[in-house]
Design a protein around this ligand. Sequence first.
Ligand SMILES: Cc1cc2nc3c(=O)[nH]c(=O)nc-3n(C[C@H](O)[C@H](O)[C@H](O)COP(=O)(O)O)c2cc1C
Length: 160
Amino acid sequence: MKTAVIYFSYEGNCRLIAEQINAVVHGDVLALQLEEDKPRRGLAKYVWGGRQVVLHQRPALKPYTFESGAYDLLIIGTPVWAGSPAPALETFLEQTRISGKQVALFCCCAGGKGKVFDKLKRSLSGNTFVGEIVFMNPKNQDAKELAAHIHRWLEGFPGL
Ligand SMILES: Cc1cc2nc3c(=O)[nH]c(=O)nc-3n(C[C@H](O)[C@H](O)[C@H](O)COP(=O)(O)O)c2cc1C
């Protein structure tokens, strides 16, 4: 089973999860990066990100290479922004035709997943969803417990 782990992370939580997932699945990792990604803090960060969601913006990404045909399973992750996937991930999903794949979803949040999985499933229609999981600011969690949790989640996947 050839696997790709695809994610966007603004503050490192989804990156941590993607790295831990890939330590188990040994696939390829695609880290999506904003073309213009100056760091923002505090309220400015929420206004900037929330605005992208509300206005359905699709921010430009740094160039990447991804050939979906090379994979059977895609594990796709995003932070929750205003109850939605980060628009950077939606940029990728609009640019990249993905269908007929097994897809597992993860998100990182500070409070709740909102409509993240509903929205991602809509953007990824035509695929088979084999799993989804929510992490609460995992950078603040015990690393060993987190790794065990991820391991248990992946154990349930067919073919892994
Ligand atoms: C613009 C913005 C909007 C956010 N909106 C939500 C939200 O609606 N619900 C929530 O639980 N967390 C929200 N958060 C918190 C992040 O989802 C959370 O910190 C997540 O772990 C960040 O992942 P990352 O470190 O990979 O970027 C928001 C963060 C940002 C920057």
